[in-house]
Write a protein that binds this ligand. Structure first.
Ligand code: ADP
Length: 301
């Protein structure tokens, strides 16, 4: 197969590992800098140009699209889809998963367990919003945040009111969410490929911190997940329409709660902690499914 890896930086761990795993399995791998791909979107024959040349002959494309380049990255990916190139994850599914609120609404509709979450626009509605998520302590999340930045814990009703008011004043969209205390500053990252969780790790926040993000100093360890957690992760990825996803789960007193479904899950934490060849499994998924013209939506919808 000839496989494009859409990534801003060929030196990133995940990008490197995908290229290495693909080459090991005999495929031709090419890293394409997402922001340097350009296209004539009105042409009858969809094409993408890169450094003055048309990109041709690709069987599959692996999107590694960072949150800050979602808009442009999804446009490039859509163009690949229109050319009949098989995407590891489709552009519509990535766009869906990048909207935190929309994602939670889709998951909720299908009965996936979620922390109680509220969304409001007017400062007049703050007290009721706080009641809606069972009062303080609670978590406020900026819709645009990633890697734990913009996730704030408010211990008291008063603190919550001021923080929400401040964000609303700045015209930032926020969600208010019940704090899952019993998770103990830990969450579970389930790495889903197709209809399997192929690896899972527990991430534990450093002392004095509730956010378990590895970027915030959290530490990763091996964990055995329950059948219910496994099923929840697989269903969450499927609802989002993602073939490959990192599903983040909190262990609560009333079962697994999904926090987020990530469409470009990092490989470093999961590979180094579990010792599994996750990149190799991603490539194997493409080998099984990645024939031309098998993209479901071709960028529609
Ligand atoms: P980001 O997408 O920026 O990583 P998350 O929503 O995943 O933001 O939150 C960051 C971290 O904060 C999570 O990994 C988890 O450890 C902690 N966290 C988030 N929401 C809750 C919650 N409702 N209850 C308890 N801990 C939470």
């Amino acid at each position: 197969m000839k496989v494009a890896v859409l990534s801003r930086n060929p030196r990133l761990y995940s990008t490197r590992r995908l290229v290495e795993a693909g080459e090991q399995r005999g495929h031709e791998m090419q890293v394409i800098d997402t922001l340097r791909a350009y296209m004539n979107i009105a042409s009858h024959k969809p094409q993408i140009h890169y450094r003055g040349q048309p990109l041709e002959g690709f069987d599959a494309v692996i999107p590694r699209i960072g949150a800050s380049v979602t808009f442009y990255g999804c446009a490039v990916l859509r163009q690949f889809e229109m050319m009949g190139v098989f995407p590891l994850n489709e552009s519509v599914a990535i766009t869906r998963s990048r909207d935190k609120l929309r994602s939670l609404q889709l998951l909720s509709r299908k009965g996936i367990g979620l922390p109680v979450t509220g969304f409001a626009n007017s400062p007049d509605d703050i007290p009721d919003l706080i009641q809606m998520v069972n009062g303080a302590p609670l978590i406020i999340k900026l819709l645009e945040g990633t890697q734990g930045i913009g996730v704030v814990m408010c211990e008291t009703q008063q603190a919550a009111e001021s923080v929400i008011e401040a964000f609303m004043g700045l015209k930032h969209n926020i969600m208010a969410q019940e704090y899952i205390k019993e998770a103990g500053g830990a969450d579970i990252r389930c790495f889903v490929i197709g209809d399997k969780v192929i690896a899972a790790i527990k991430r534990q926040a450093k002392p004095g911190e509730f956010r378990s993000n590895l970027h915030r100093g959290g530490s990763a360890s091996l964990i055995k997940i329950t059948p219910e957690e496994r099923m929840t992760a697989i269903r969450a990825a499927k609802i989002m329409g993602l073939n490959v996803a990192g599903v983040d789960i909190l262990r609560s007193l009333h079962g697994p709660l999904v926090m987020e479904v990530n469409s470009s899950p990092g490989l470093e934490g999961i590979e180094t902690t579990t010792g599994k060849d996750v990149a190799g499994l991603v490539i194997q998924y493409l080998e099984k499914n990645g024939s031309p013209n098998r993209t479901r939506t071709r960028g529609q919808g």
